[in-house]
Write a protein of this length. Structure first.
Length: 455
């Protein structure tokens, strides 16, 4: 319908321009009305012929009467002036009618954003210099900070067919979105390639299953976001070290250092569960490997997930090979340390570490445990040969000697928590990938991961 409006507007504009030019010529040549009338009749006839290409318009030969009295010419000029005004009114009324009877859903998606008008998808900020990936473009996910209301932005690799301000015709086809998160190396381009390969292996239609990979910059990425001094990042979010992997607040832009990486994931949830933008979406899946897996795991426990009332969207979490986990008590299988239960390893000082994340809402550990085991859709995928440590701090070593051991210990911990709540069935799944060490591509494209991410 928008294309039809544009087509009709072009016709009216052509006719109106021709009419205006001829009217102005009357000031110089009062006898030119016949020529104008003749041309206008040709143009009107053309407008009525729907099959005629407007590029084939001909220059019609001039027609002029041999003589006219000045009095008659002035009268005709006054009549021509009335026609000029009438045509303008008709054009405006026509456009108003076309707008009223058109499908305005697309406008709602692109402009008002439904229930999420603060969230935008725009082209890559020119200050950002990152790797190109075939099949993907870097977009900027923009929103207003929960705490300050200031505009912030996160670079995200997305399918190249998802244009900025996508139309409803595109988004209505999407039924599943996978938000796949990179590891400590902050190589979102590789993370997107991994999840794209997994999608291809799964055999799903990439027009119905959108895959995106956000990029969580830190201070080592100054060459990628054109750093040239404090505040030079504009509104692009940058974290300190690996803090983004545990939900910490950003360090740049300095005008707003309150944005938790959990808030960024909340923004994805708000965007994709907006029925005005994605009316047929059924699944949002957060997946991540290594440090990305740590972010997904901790967000699955602590993330707000404020879904619209009555939404049919199911949000699931696929955690792959993280170095450490978030425990609900002070029991550990490895050697104890004084800080082993401090966040990010346990719940001690949780609100102190995540003081800017409003999604916590002052809730305590008991609340998060109940919600996690009763209402969250949780999947763990672990490399069978992943014997690296990653995190070697005492609090991490208390969870086990290596990633594989820590994973096994944490599953036993969850089993104890399940029994403490009197739940009959395990609300989580565990899959081991034999023969795979700490390999993001092998893990993401494994049958076990694919069965949880795309099922």
């Amino acid at each position: 319908m928008d294309r039809e409006i544009a087509k009709q507007w072009h016709r009216f504009r052509s006719l109106f321009s021709q009419f205006r030019n001829e009217y102005e010529e009357l000031d110089q040549d009062p006898y030119a009305h016949a020529h104008a009338h003749d041309n206008r009749q040709h143009l009107l006839a053309e407008d009525q012929d729907q099959d005629q290409d407007r590029d084939q318009q001909a220059d019609y030969p001039p027609f002029r009467l041999s003589s006219r009295s000045a009095s008659t010419a002035r009268k005709r000029k006054r009549g021509y002036h009335c026609s000029y005004v009438a045509l303008l009114v008709v054009a405006l009324l026509f456009l108003a009618a076309m707008w009223c009877f058109s499908d305005k859903t697309t406008d709602a998606v692109e402009e008002s954003g439904g229930s999420t008008p603060d969230i935008t998808i725009t082209r890559k900020d020119p200050k950002i210099h990152v790797n190109h990936v075939p099949g993907a473009f870097v977009r900027m996910l923009g929103w207003n900070s929960q705490n300050t209301g200031s505009a912030v932005a996160l670079p995200v690799y997305m399918d190249e067919w998802l244009t900025p301000s996508p139309s409803l015709q595109i988004t209505a086809a999407i039924t599943r979105v996978v938000v796949h998160i990179h590891g400590q190396g902050r190589d979102a381009w590789d993370a997107w390639s991994d999840i794209n390969d997994a999608r291809s292996k799964a055999g799903v239609d990439n027009r119905t299953t959108l895959v995106v990979s956000p990029l969580f910059f830190n201070g080592l990425d100054k060459d990628k976001y054109s750093w040239n001094g404090v505040g030079s990042t504009g509104n692009i979010l940058v974290w300190k070290g690996n803090g983004w992997g545990e939900g910490a607040a950003n360090q740049y832009p300095p005008s707003d250092t309150t944005v938790s990486s959990f808030e960024a994931l909340d923004t994805f949830v708000r965007l994709f569960t907006d029925r005005a933008r994605f009316p047929n979406l059924q699944h949002v899946v957060f997946s991540g490997h290594s440090l990305g897996g740590q972010l997904v795991h901790r967000y699955s426990v602590l993330g707000a997930l404020r879904l619209p009332g009555g939404t049919p969207v199911r949000v699931a979490f696929v955690t792959m090979s993280p170095s450490t986990y978030l425990y609900f008590n002070a029991e550990r299988a490895g050697p104890h340390s004084d800080d082993m239960n401090e966040y990010k390893y346990g719940f001690d000082k949780l609100h102190e570490h995540l003081s800017t994340y409003r999604g916590l809402d002052g809730h305590d550990k008991a609340y998060f445990l109940q919600r996690y085991l009763k209402h969250r859709h949780i999947h763990f995928v672990q490399g069978g040969d992943d014997y690296g440590t990653g995190d070697e701090r005492p609090a991490a070593m208390a969870q086990g000697a290596n990633r594989a051991e820590r994973a096994n210990n944490y599953y036993h911990h969850l089993e104890e928590m399940r029994q403490s709540l009197g739940l009959q069935n395990n609300p989580w799944s565990v899959d081991w990938v034999p023969g795979v060490a700490h390999d993001s591509h092998a893990m993401t494209t494994s049958d076990a991961a694919i069965s949880k991410i795309f099922a």
